[in-house]
Design a protein. Structure first.
Length: 520
């Protein structure tokens, strides 16, 4: 097998041999390559037709999302997906007998071509996850769907570095549209997020833990568990769900259990409750809780109960009642000992205080903004982000989003002018909101985003982070600090290009980086 799409890849070069660090086995990696090859061939077939149909778009989105890190470990599910893609191609181009694209061509290509194509491929894999969440809420964007085909065709058949580079940046541009679509889908369906305190205490009695990013699954589960004496707790990227008016109205949506994805094997060990995975990050379950793992949509693990599109959560509900939960209320804490966390500082909430923020900057009460955001992961070097946030000066604001925030979201950093210094903007896709805030501040000060006293300090793990990074590059955002390590799929030349043109730099130490960023 060969896979180097995520941050934890072996030796910062690539997972080979029998299995990857994430637990993905070689035969699964091979099937994912086959699926990607089938998608490239389907995109080629679409190329010759006019515009992509809704059905083709959904198949491509589902196929791409299936190959994101920690989504599907289930060979049978991936084989089904491959058949679906091939059938769609057959439908569109029944007489096409050209051979399917072989991913080995990509992995063995010249290193700069491979690097650029990987940026595109991993970028659209991440973007497909966001498009998928919008689709389940009946929101779609024809331009976004069309671009998946364009990008897949380039991965298969484009060999010019200039053309590939422009597709890399276009991936960022289209991802901005895709995140805007999801933002619209989420807020029109569930209301505008409002700042909300979330308890970390789990009440006695039966409960279910819901993890991942899909708000629709949470909504359906809340409906089906209402009045059944079962409480619902979010985990990981589902935490921001508490801020949506339409979801927080359910009184049995009680609080948040646990932290980020890489701690699940510890946190779920012997948990007296079932867990519903709506998206990644799924880690191979330990035997102590394997019988309580339930998956849905594209997430799949062999042996875990999969809730299909009928969305009948009865097996999950019965499991929660059978396990019974804790006998007494359990007070848990965040990583730094905090008993609660706060979420819901989306762009609307923050911009409703725009006047206060602008005045505070003018008066000097706010000297700097840091967006400390992105994924969490298992590497020890990720403590950098906790230390960074702790060391930010008291006249600075820290905006955060995605699962990396669990390293510091229980800290009390105090307030400036009635606003908390630490504000959680939501899931990784809410990077869209951070961009909105940055653009609004730049407008208010009549300058560019790069001229604002604002720094981006990002942590990455999987492919959604790749598409967000490409969006920031498309917007011309400079001097991003990226960690804990740089992507293995950046060749020296491509990395050089990013350093020279965008000033991307690896994280160093919190002390040095804070000093450098505040003086930039
Ligand atoms: Fe995290 Fe996993 Fe949201 Fe990712 S739970 S790592 S970038 O799937 O998507 O932040
Ligand atoms: Fe390795 Fe990451 Fe690929 Fe898993 S997804 S095989 S850990 S590079």
């Amino acid at each position: 097998m060969f896979c180097f799409q995520c941050e934890q890849t072996v030796g910062c070069t690539g997972c080979t041999g029998n299995a990857g660090v994430c637990g993905k086995k070689a035969d699964t990696a091979k099937l994912q390559d086959e699926l990607t090859g089938a998608l490239i061939s389907l995109a080629k077939a679409v190329d010759s037709t006019e515009t992509i149909s809704k059905r083709t778009g959904q198949i491509i989105i589902e196929g791409l999302f299936t190959t994101v890190t920690n989504v599907s470990f289930d060979n049978a599910a991936i084989e089904n997906m491959i058949q679906k893609v091939r059938a769609e191609k057959e439908r569109l181009a029944p007489d096409c007998r050209t051979e399917e694209y072989d991913l080995q061509q990509l992995w063995n290509a010249n290193e700069d071509i491979r690097s650029l194509k990987s940026l595109i491929l991993f970028g659209i894999r991440g973007m497909a996850a966001y498009a998928y969440h919008a689709n389940v809420l009946n929101y779609e964007d024809a331009e976004v769907n069309q671009f998946f085909c364009e990008a897949l065709s380039k991965i298969g058949y484009e060999e010019s570095t200039e053309a590939l580079l422009s597709t890399v940046l276009k991936t960022g541009e289209i991802n901005l549209k895709c995140m805007a679509l999801l933002d619209k889908a989420n807020t029109e369906t569930y209301g505008t997020p409002e700042p909300t305190d979330v308890t970390l205490t789990v009440e006695k009695g039966p409960f279910i833990v819901v993890t991942g990013h899909d708000l629709k699954d949470l909504q359906l589960l809340l409906e089906q568990t209402e009045g059944k004496g079962i409480n619902i707790y979010t985990h990981g990227e589902m935490l921001p769900a508490h801020a949506y008016p339409f979801l927080k109205k359910y009184s049995h949506l009680k609080g948040n259990f646990g932290t980020a994805w890489q701690n699940q094997q510890k946190e779920f060990d012997h948990l007296p409750a079932p867990i519903l995975y709506t998206t990644n990050c799924l880690m191979p379950p330990k035997s102590s809780y394997a019988d309580r793992v339930f998956t849905t949509e594209v997430v799949a693990f062999p042996g875990a109960v999969h809730i299909d599109e009928k969305k009948d959560f009865t097996p999950l509900i019965e499991k929660a009642l059978e396990l019974g939960g804790y006998k007494e209320d359990r007070m848990f804490s965040g990583i730094n000992g905090g008993k609660k966390v706060t979420t819901g500082f989306g762009h609307a909430a923050i911009l409703s205080h725009a006047g206060t923020v602008v005045e505070a900057v003018k008066s000097g009460a706010i000297r700097h903004f840091f967006l400390v955001a992105g994924c969490d992961g298992a590497k020890p070097g990720r403590n950098y982000y906790t230390e960074f946030v702790k060391q930010t000066p008291s006249d600075s604001i820290v905006l955060t989003l995605a699962c990396g925030k669990f390293r510091f979201n229980d800290l009390d950093l105090g307030e400036i002018g009635g606003l908390p210094r630490l504000m959680d903007m939501g899931q990784c896709n809410d990077a869209y909101g951070a961009i909105q805030v940055a653009v609004a501040l730049a407008d208010a000060f009549g300058c560019s985003v790069n001229e604002l006293p604002l720094s981006f300090v990002l942590s990455w793990y999987e492919q959604k982070a790749v598409c967000i990074l490409l969006t920031l590059l498309h917007l011309g955002i400079k001097n991003i600090r990226l960690g804990p390590s740089l992507p293995a799929f950046l060749s020296p030349n491509i990395l050089n290009f990013l350093v020279e043109n965008y000033g991307i730099a690896p994280i160093t130490t919190p002390e040095e980086d804070i000093k450098a960023l505040m003086n930039q």
